[in-house]
Design a protein around this ligand. Sequence first.
Ligand SMILES: O=c1ccn([C@@H]2O[C@H](COP(=O)(O)O)[C@@H](O)[C@H]2O)c(=O)[nH]1
Length: 231
Amino acid sequence: MQYDRKKKLSPIIIALDYPDPEQAICFSKKISPQQCQLKIGQELFIKSGKKGFKIFLDLKFYDIPNTVQKSVYAVEKLNIWMLSLHISGGKNMMLSARSALYPYKKNVPKIIGVTILTSMEIVELHRVGIYASSVLDHVTKLALLAKKYKLDGVVCSPWEAKTIRRLIGKNFIIVTPGIRPKTTQYHDQKRVMTPREAIRSGSDFLVIGRPITQSNTPYMMLKKILSDINS
Ligand SMILES: O=c1ccn([C@@H]2O[C@H](COP(=O)(O)O)[C@@H](O)[C@H]2O)c(=O)[nH]1
C-alpha cells in the first residue's frame, strides 16, 4: 500500500448504500473509524462524520467547470476527506474543482477522478461511443489526465491498479471498487478482484459495499476481509 502509511488508515472504505439514513447510522455505530472509512453516495448524502469516520463523498461530479467549482467549494464546508468527479468532464472541469480548494490551506479534501465504472466492459464502452482498444488503455489515459490536471488520484477497477501505479508512481491515490471476496456474488460489477489481490495490485483503498452491508454478519465479514488483507 502506498498512500498514508504514516497515518495508518485502514485500506477499507465501506459503501453505505442504504436507502434509509437510520440504517446507515445504526450500521456505523457498530463499527469503528480504526476499521474503515465510509463512503456516502448519491442515495445517502448524510453527515456520518460525527463518530469520527473520514467521509468519502462519492457524488461523482460531472458538469460544466463553473458548476463543479461551486459544488466543490460548497462541500469543502462539510469537513469531508475525499470527493469524486468524472475525469471525462475534462481539463477545465478538473482544474476548476482544484481551484475551488485554493483558498484553503489545511485538511482540504482529496479530489479523486472516476475513470471507467467498474460495472463496464469493453462492449459497453463501445456502445456509448468510446472506441478504445481496451478498458485498460482508456482507464490509463484518463488516469494520466487526472495526474496532469491536479487530481489526487483515481477510482478504477483493481485490474488497472498495477499499471497506473507503475506509470504514475507512489504519490497518487488509487481507490478501487469492484471488490468481491471469494464466494460472494458479483451483482452488477464486471471488473472484480478479491480484497487481498486488489491490495497486492497496488490499490490504496478498496470500496466495498454489498459484500459487507448485505452480509448476514457484516461485522464478521469486515473483520475477515481485514484479516485476509493483512495475512
Ligand atoms: O467505478 C465505480 C465507481 C464507484 N463505485 C461505487 O462503489 C460502490 C461499490 O459497491 P458494491 O456494493 O461493493 O458493488 C458503490 O457505492 C458504487 O457506487 C463502483 O462500484 N464503481
